[in-house]
Design a protein around this ligand. Structure first.
Ligand SMILES: O=C(O)CCC(=O)C(=O)O
Length: 374
């Protein structure tokens, strides 16, 4: 890894990961439509495959079942390294059961990286849906151990703690639930220019809450994770305010007024109208984000009355292996708040123990999970 010199540190980042919404006013190259051939190969895969076989499949085996995806995957990974986001449109979820949609999603993820467990239930394909959890990210509304993806609340801009997060939309909300994304290198540049004192505090970082999902004997909070870490030509970011607030509460310390101000400054820049690229998911869309350079948020939503119509996404947390730029991150940035308890494990690490739950129905999940908030 090439370390940043002090001269470089003083300069703004000049990299394709720096963008604002206006840069895409006439550019939809981030939107990638699946071809009929690709949709057909996905349908053939899920019609013939058992979920357990798909989950245990190797990347090479999956590439031979989905050959039309192989060149696309290389392009997607390039886009994620540079611009940091892609929306894949056209997974034929309308012709699949929910379980089959989960399998198709896993298969595409497998071609890109290694799927990791995302909670204490070892979910590899994690439902993002309203399970009745109350969630907030201010000091006043933070709920003990609650995770936002199980609520229908507005989700403040944050990254997930892996290299890449992927969200597959199966059903939209009745209203709301709009996704928006912001370039964190663009926030960094703005802070470097106008708020250097706040930036310094963010570079020092914060401990993150483990939300009660740690194993017995593990600390309830992480070590300090920098919000920004500068490299020679780029900058990486980790940010999830509800986890920072949760950790401060568990440690019994108040964030200082300067720290609060620095977090407010980050949030205010993220929410600036010119910064965010908004997108509305359609069923069959997969949003892929580089968590080191893109934060995502979601507006609150209203659901349909009928459970079978309610907003439902699946989520993958992908580890992209030892190629740059992922391999250039230090341990605290790379694994952030992902590797503890039963989080951050791949299939081979968990198969000796419990099997991950694959594509269970939201009702079963709600019943199983309601009291634990995991
Ligand atoms: O529901 C969404 O659109 C986003 C959910 C989310 O932010 C997450 O799962 O990290």
């Amino acid at each position: 890894m090439q370390a940043a010199s002090s001269a470089q540190l003083a300069l703004p980042v000049d990299h394709p990961s720096v963008w604002t919404a206006g840069d895409f006013a006439d550019d939809d190259s981030w939107l990638c439509y699946l071809s009929d051939e690709q949709a057909g190969q996905l349908l053939a895969l899920v019609a013939g495959g058992e979920p357990s076989e798909v989950m245990a499949s190797s990347r090479a085996a999956m590439a031979s079942l989905l050959p039309s995806f192989v060149p696309v995957v290389e392009q997607l990974k390039r886009d994620l390294r540079l611009r940091g986001f892609v929306l894949l449109r056209g997974v034929p979820v309308q012709d699949m059961s929910q379980e089959q949609a989960g399998m198709a999603f896993w298969a595409i993820g497998l071609l890109m990286g290694v799927g990791l467990t995302q909670n204490a239930r070892s979910d590899l394909i994690c439902p993002v849906t309203d399970m009745g959890v109350r969630f907030g990210y201010s000091e006043a509304t933070t709920q003990h151990n609650a995770r936002g993806y199980q609520s229908r609340a507005d989700l403040n801009y944050h990254c997930d703690p892996t290299d890449v997060v992927a969200l597959l939309c199966l059903r939209k909300a009745k209203s709301g639930g709009q996704s928006s994304i912001v370039s964190t290198p663009a926030i960094y540049n703005e802070m470097l220019r106008a708020h250097p004192r706040q930036l310094e505090l963010l570079m020092r970082g914060f401990p993150y809450d483990r939300k009660g999902e740690e194993s017995p004997g593990e600390a309830p909070v992480t070590e300090r994770i920098p919000v920004f870490r500068r490299h020679a030509s780029r900058v990486s970011c980790r940010y999830a305010r509800s986890y920072i607030i949760g950790a401060a509460l568990k440690l019994g310390v108040d964030l200082t007024s300067q720290e609060q101000e620095a977090l407010d400054c980050f949030d205010a820049l993220a929410r600036r109208e010119d910064m965010a690229l908004k997108m509305s998911f359609e069923p069959g869309d997969i949003q892929l984000l580089n968590n080191f350079t893109v934060i995502h948020g979601r507006t609150s939503y209203e659901d349909h009355a009928e459970p079978e119509l309610r907003r439902f996404l699946y989520r993958l947390w992908l580890h992209l292996g030892d190629e740059a730029p992922w391999s250039e991150e230090c341990e605290a940035m790379r694994w952030a708040f992902a590797r503890f308890g039963k989080l951050g494990l791949n299939v081979s690490q968990i198969e000796a123990g419990q099997m991950a739950r694959v594509a269970a129905s939201p009702d079963k999940l709600a019943a199983a999970d309601a009291p634990s908030n995991q």
